[in-house]
Design a protein around this ligand. Sequence first.
Ligand SMILES: Cc1cc2nc3c(=O)[nH]c(=O)nc-3n(C[C@H](O)[C@H](O)[C@H](O)COP(=O)(O)OP(=O)(O)OC[C@H]3O[C@@H](n4cnc5c(N)ncnc54)[C@H](O)[C@@H]3O)c2cc1C
Length: 331
Amino acid sequence: MAHNVIIIGSGPAGYTAAIYLGRAGLDPVMVTGALTPGGQLVNTTEVENFPGFPEGVMGPELMDNMRAQAKRFGTEFIADDVTAIESAGSDDAPLYRLALSDGETLETRAVIIATGSNFRKLGVPGEVELSGHGVSYCATCDGFFFRDKPIVVVGGGDSAFEEALFLTRFGSSVTLIHRRDEFRASQIMVDRAKENPKLTLLTNTVVTEIHGTETAPAAPALSLGGLALNPKPQVNVSGVSLKNTVTGETAELETAAVFVAIGHTPATDFAASVASRDEDGYIIVDGASTRTSTPGIFAAGDCVDRVYRQAISAAGMGCRAALDAQEYLSE
Ligand SMILES: Cc1cc2nc3c(=O)[nH]c(=O)nc-3n(C[C@H](O)[C@H](O)[C@H](O)COP(=O)(O)OP(=O)(O)OC[C@H]3O[C@@H](n4cnc5c(N)ncnc54)[C@H](O)[C@@H]3O)c2cc1C
């Protein structure tokens, strides 16, 4: 039996679409992704800019809440990956067949692709261990935490420069590190960076390791029945090892944060045969809608949006995809 609508991906875009479609009585099915159900926010600590949480909320808790809300309205979850989508119906009654990585197939009248994007990693020691403790991939999300502290940004494209310039509002200094001596970023961004007294450009340089040191816990010791409970000390970023790509010279640089801005890869390869994509793999949608190049297939969130890349903007687009799908299904 064909489903009404299948949502692929369980980030803010996917869960929001599921909440709307569930409330519309369309019995949505969600293929959550096998490895990271909940999406990118399950890998972060505190989220301070999602409306409705005046004290902030931990990323995994926010995503658990979204899942519970989608479940409440009847969403069925399948913990797997979609590996391909193909057309299986006629022009009069379009149908789509989704292949899952466990070999199963699902049929559906409409699809919402909400598979997000993966940020590229540096792949150096310390990066994974200190992620969320000074290593970040999003200046808008985390810049605020590094007020009056030295910050490093790695990358040489427009987004690296945008992040670095934005971070000068917070950091005591910002050092942008790039492996070549020429930047991919537009000249206007480079000029702006050069004019900014807080920003230093370090070219022909790579980060070879990210270091952390233990810092005292922010919260005071708790007392439970006369027993003192000391929160665990945290290890946070304290510096980076650098290497000059031309001379081979090495150096150490103190920093409280490393923002990695070397690009994102949208997770859209599986949809290539049904949805037109741009040269970087982002799904192309029709104007302000979420309609892709194939009727009945919609896309939302970071797999479409190369500009805003925030939980709230992904959630907003998930809402639009649900309303677009709802209209399509009622035609
Ligand atoms: C470390 C970090 C911290 C961040 N902090 C903030 C913050 O404080 N505030 C903020 O607003 N934003 C923050 N962001 C950005 C925010 O997480 C993203 O903008 C948002 O999660 C995008 O939502 P999405 O639904 O488009 O995709 P994602 O959250 O990326 O979810 C995509 C989902 O699709 C699934 N998927 C992928 N491929 C397949 C497939 N083939 N089949 C099935 N499922 C698949 C994945 O498993 C995942 O569940 C942060 C991002 C990172 C990485």
